[in-house]
Design a protein around this ligand. Structure first.
Ligand code: 5GP
Ligand code: ZN
Length: 140
């Protein structure tokens, strides 16, 4: 628990939210400033900022909840697609430093874009560079 953290305050019931799911380790609620109706956030009850700071079983529960809620949100909002995303760290645009998975309902022609449009310019690369990078990650 971090008393300066907005989502810890949500867990603590200090900040009211529209709750859509709760279990022992996760809490889910509607985003206060939704990108689409049904835009939801899934958070772990422990205060961690980055995804790999969670224990494997905590990650597992977080994604199980996300999958379960995504199906429900599709049904309730009548959509057949969602963008599921994590801003993982301040440099990626994370505003609340408590891990949260965004579930954003998507519809054909909604004017939104896929995550590939996140970066204005892609780096120039080649197979040699990608091979070396993959090898470093694989063997580290
Ligand atoms: P981030 O940029 O950190 O990935 O996204 C934070 C998200 O949390 C934003 O979409 C924002 O609208 C949402 N948010 C921030 N404060 C609150 C709050 O007090 N209540 C709710 N329900 N959502 C919040
Ligand atoms: Zn927190």
């Amino acid at each position: 628990m971090n008393l300066n953290c907005t989502f810890c305050k949500v867990i603590d019931n200090t900040i009211p939210v529209h709750k859509i799911h709760e279990d022992d380790t996760t809490l889910s609620f509607l985003d206060i400033n939704p990108l689409a109706l049904g835009h939801a956030l899934v958070i772990p009850k422990v205060h961690k900022t980055l995804i790999h700071e969670l224990a494997p079983e905590e990650i597992s529960t977080l994604f199980k909840t996300t999958s379960y809620l995504t199906k429900k949100i599709h049904i309730i909002t009548g959509t057949h697609a969602t963008t599921i995303a994590i801003n993982n760290g301040a440099d990626s645009g994370q505003e609340v430093p408590h891990i949260h998975i965004h579930i954003i309902p998507r519809s054909r022609g909604d004017g939104g874009t896929p995550i590939h449009s996140l970066m204005p310019v892609r780096p120039k690369t080649n197979h040699e560079e990608l091979k070396e990078l993959a090898s470093k990650i694989l063997n580290s």
